[in-house]
Design a protein around this ligand. Structure first.
Ligand code: BDP
Length: 682
C-alpha cells in the first residue's frame, strides 16, 4: 500500500466512524441505537409508532409486544388492573425467552412503558421475569418556561429560549422533537411555553399559529401545550374599555379567544396566570377577587376541558410579613373556585429560597385544587455555575407532614399536580451545565412518583448520562446527594433567606439596600441582624406566621427549643449566644455551617478530578471548570456573610476553622456583570 492509499483508507475510515461529540446534547438518552428488536403492536398511531421505533433501535433483547387491551375483558395476563391505574399507566411483563409485553390503556401509557424498559436496560436493571406496574401519582406533570417572546429567558442560565418565535411556524427546529422525547422519557406530559410575566401578544392570531406548530411537534409524545396569559389582554389587544372579569364584554372576549385557540389547537391544555403580583395586572385592579378572575377564565375554558392554573405567588407592599401573604389572600377564597381551577403554590411561603419550610397553603385549602410549583432553574442556587442536585430538596418538601388531616398528611398527598420552572435553554447541553440536566430528570421522575428516593434518581441519571462503572457511579452519586445541602451551608444555613445581591440573586449582599425600595425587597428585612441576634421572628411574639400551620407543627415551630435547626432563623430572632442542642452558640454554629459548605465544595472538586478516566474530555473539563467557580463563590459567600454578621455578633470566628481570605469592604464593592453571570464568580 502506498502512502497515498493508506491515507485514503484512513480518511475513509474516519468519515465512516460516527464521531459523536459528547457535548451533552443527548442528555440521558444515550443508547447506541444499534439494536434490531422485533416489536409488534395491536394498534397504530403516531405515538405508538414512536414507541415501536424507540424499542426497535434501542432494545437489545428480542421481542416486545405492545398491547392496548379491548375495553371489555382485559386479560389478567396483561397485568393491568383498573383500580389504581390511570390512563397513563402501564405494565411490563415477560422474560427473555417468551418476549416482553407492555400493556397500557392508552398510547401514551405504551410510550411510557417503552421508555421504562429502555431505562432498565441503560441502568443495568433488567431482571427477568419482568413484572412491573406503574402509574403516575399526578395526572398533570408540567414544565413552566419563563421564556419571553424576544427569545430571552427570565431566570434562565442556559442561553436563549428554545422556542424560535421569529422562525416559526415555517421553520421547525429539530430541538422541539428532542425536547418532547426527553420529557416523555421521564413522564412529563405538559408544558407552558411562555413566561408568567406574560406578554399579551401570545394570544394574537399570528402567535397562536406558531404555538400550534410547536403543539404539533409535541403532541405525539403526549405533551400538551398551555400558555401564560396576561389578565389585561382584552384591553391591551383589542382596546376594550376594561379587563374587569365581571364585565360582559370582557367575558365574551375571553370566550371568543378560547374558542379561537381550540379551533387551532384542539387539545390545548389551558392557562397559567400570574395576577396582581409584582406589577402584573389582575382582578384586584377592578376591585374583584382572585376567585372572580380565575372563574371567569375557567368558564371560558370549561366546554373544552381546559383548566386554569392560578398562581398564589402574591405579595404586596404591606406591613404584613411577606411569608404570610399568600395564605392570607387565598384562604378566605377556599371553596369559591370552579372545579377546573387549580391554585399553583410555590413550595415555600417566600420565593424558591435555598431552603424554605413548606408553604402553609398545602393541606389548608380543603375545597380547592392545589398544585405545587418548584423551581428547576437555579435562580437562588448559583445559576448554572453551582452543582445543586435538587431531588433531596424536593423530597424534603414532598415528604413534609402538614398535619392537615392528622399525622401523615404529607405535602405529596395534598396536591393534585406539580409544575417545575424549567432550566432549559438553547445551549447545546440544554441546561447550561451538564450536571444541571439531572434536575430536569429528577423533576420528571418525582412528578411521576414522589416516593422515589433521591438516591435512586441520581443513580439512574448517572448511569444513563455518564457511565455504569461503579467506581464512577458511587462517588459521583454521593457528591450529588450532598450538593444541595452544601449550597445551603455556604449561602444561607439555619433558615437564613433572601440575603442575595439585589436583582440577579447570584452573590451575597446581606448589607444590600435598594434606595427607596420596598422593605420586603431588602436583605435586612429577612435577616434582622442586630447586636442581640439574627433571624426573623415569626413566632407568636413576632409576625406569628407559625399560626398558619396546623398543630402540632405550629407549636413545634413556635418554640425556639423545638424548632428544627434548618428553620431556626426562619422562625426566630435568635440571640448570638443562644445554645443549640449540640451545645454550640448560634454564632459558632453559623460559622461552622459556612465553613463546612466551603469544605464540601472543595471535596466535590477532588471527587470530580478523580473521575477523569471515566468521562469524555469535553464534559469532564466543563464540569471541572464549573466546580472551580463554585469553590471560589462558596468562599465569597462564607467571607461576606461571616464578616458582615460579625459586625453585630462581635464574636471571633472559632479558631479551629479556616479564616476568611477576603476583606468585607472589598466584597462590598463587588459588582456583577449580570449579562455575563455565567462566567461570573465575583
Ligand atoms: C421570582 C423571580 C421573578 C419571577 C417571580 C415569579 O425572581 O423573576 O417573575 O419569582 O415567580 O422568584 O413570578
Amino acid at each position: 500500500m502506498t502512502k497515498y492509499q493508506l491515507l485514503t483508507v484512513l480518511l475513509l475510515l474516519f468519515c465512516l466512524t460516527p464521531v459523536r461529540a459528547e457535548d451533552g446534547s443527548r442528555l440521558w438518552l444515550r443508547a447506541d441505537a444499534s439494536a434490531q428488536a422485533k416489536v409488534t403492536a395491536n394498534k397504530k398511531s403516531p405515538t405508538i409508532d414512536i414507541a415501536i421505533k424507540e424499542l426497535q433501535t434501542n432494545w437489545h433483547g428480542d421481542k416486545v409486544n405492545l398491547v392496548i387491551p379491548a375495553k371489555a375483558g382485559i386479560p389478567s395476563s396483561a397485568g393491568l388492573t383498573k383500580e389504581g391505574m390511570t390512563g397513563e399507566g402501564y405494565s411490563i411483563t415477560g422474560d427473555a425467552k417468551k418476549g416482553i409485553t407492555i400493556s397500557a390503556f392508552s398510547e401514551q401509557g405504551l410510550l411510557y412503558g417503552a421508555y421504562h424498559l429502555l431505562r432498565l436496560q441503560e441502568t443495568g436493571r433488567v431482571e427477568y421475569p419482568l413484572n412491573i406496574q406503574e402509574s403516575p401519582q399526578y395526572n398533570l406533570r408540567i414544565l413552566n418556561h419563563w421564556d419571553n417572546l424576544d427569545g430571552t429567558v427570565e431566570r434562565g442560565y442556559a442561553g436563549h429560549s428554545i422556542w424560535k418565535w421569529d422562525e416559526l411556524p415555517n421553520t421547525i427546529s429539530p430541538r422541539y422533537k428532542e425536547y418532547a422525547r426527553a420529557n416523555a422519557s421521564i413522564g412529563i406530559n405538559a408544558t407552558v411555553l411562555n413566561n408568567v410575566n406574560a406578554s399579551p401578544k401570545i394570544l394574537t392570531a399570528e402567535l397562536l399559529e406558531k404555538v400550534k406548530a410547536i403543539a404539533n411537534e409535541l403532541r405525539p409524545y403526549g405533551i400538551k401545550v398551555y400558555l401564560s396569559v396576561n389578565f389585561s389582554s382584552p384591553a391591551i389587544l383589542d382596546g376594550l374599555k376594561t379587563s374587569d372579569p365581571l364585565d360582559k364584554d370582557v367575558q365574551g372576549w375571553w370566550k371568543n379567544k378560547v374558542k379561537e385557540i381550540y379551533r387551532i389547537i384542539p387539545d390545548f391544555g389551558g392557562f397559567l396566570v400570574k395576577a396582581n403580583s409584582e406589577g402584573q395586572p389582575g382582578p384586584q385592579d377592578f376591585g374583584r377577587t382572585h376567585a372572580d378572575g380565575a372563574n371567569m377564565l375557567a368558564d371560558a375554558l370549561k366546554p373544552y376541558h381546559g383548566i386554569v392554573m392560578w398562581r398564589a405567588f402574591v405579595y404586596s407592599p404591606s406591613n404584613e410579613d411577606r411569608a404570610k401573604q399568600a395564605y392570607l389572600e387565598f384562604m378566605p377564597l377556599d371553596g369559591q373556585f370552579r372545579d377546573n381551577v387549580i391554585i399553583q403554590v410555590k413550595n415555600g411561603p417566600i420565593d424558591f429560597q435555598p431552603r424554605e419550610p413548606f408553604s402553609p397553603l398545602f393541606g389548608a385549602m380543603k375545597h380547592t385544587g392545589v398544585m405545587a410549583e418548584v423551581q428547576v432553574t437555579q435562580e437562588y442556587l448559583g445559576h448554572s455555575n453551582h452543582l445543586a442536585f435538587l431531588a433531596p430538596m424536593w423530597q424534603e418538601f414532598l415528604e413534609s407532614d402538614t398535619y392537615a388531616n392528622g399525622k401523615g398528611s404529607f405535602v405529596a398527598n395534598t396536591i393534585s399536580a406539580i409544575a417545575g420552572v424549567s432550566n432549559i435553554g438553547d445551549d447545546i447541553n440544554w441546561t447550561g451545565s451538564h450536571l444541571a440536566q439531572a434536575n430536569w430528570y429528577a423533576f420528571g421522575r418525582l412528578a411521576w412518583n414522589p416516593q422515589l428516593s433521591s438516591e435512586q434518581i441520581a443513580d439512574e441519571w448517572i448511569r444513563q448520562t455518564f457511565s455504569q462503572d461503579e467506581s464512577f457511579v458511587e462517588p459521583v452519586k454521593t457528591m450529588m446527594l450532598n450538593s444541595w445541602e452544601a449550597v445551603v451551608n455556604y449561602m444561607m444555613p439555619l433558615g437564613l433567606h433572601h440575603i442575595f445581591a439585589v436583582g440577579h440573586h447570584y452573590g451575597p449582599e446581606p448589607w444590600g439596600i435598594i434606595p427607596g425600595g420596598r422593605p420586603d425587597w431588602q436583605p435586612w428585612y429577612f435577616h434582622n441582624a442586630d447586636t442581640i441576634g439574627l433571624g426573623f421572628d415569626r413566632s407568636s411574639t413576632g409576625s406569628n406566621a407559625v399560626s398558619q400551620y396546623f398543630s402540632p407543627l405550629k407549636e413545634e415551630f413556635n418554640d425556639i427549643n423545638t424548632c428544627p435547626p434548618p428553620f431556626l432563623l426562619w422562625f426566630h430572632h435568635v440571640p448570638w449566644q443562644y445554645k443549640l442542642q449540640n451545645g454550640r452558640s448560634l454564632w459558632d454554629e453559623l460559622c461552622y455551617h459556612y465553613d463546612l459548605g466551603v469544605q464540601q465544595v472543595r471535596d466535590f472538586q477532588k471527587v470530580w478530578d478523580k473521575q477523569e478516566s471515566y468521562v469524555d474530555a469535553e464534559r469532564f473539563q466543563h464540569v471541572q471548570s464549573r466546580l472551580k467557580i463554585q469553590a471560589r463563590d462558596a468562599q465569597w459567600w462564607k467571607d461576606a456573610c461571616l464578616l458582615y454578621f460579625q459586625e453585630f455578633s462581635k464574636q471571633p470566628v472559632p479558631y479551629d476553622i479556616e479564616r476568611p481570605v477576603n476583606d468585607l469592604e472589598q466584597l462590598k464593592q463587588v459588582r456583577l456583570n449580570i449579562s455575563n453571570y455565567e462566567n461570573a464568580s465575583r
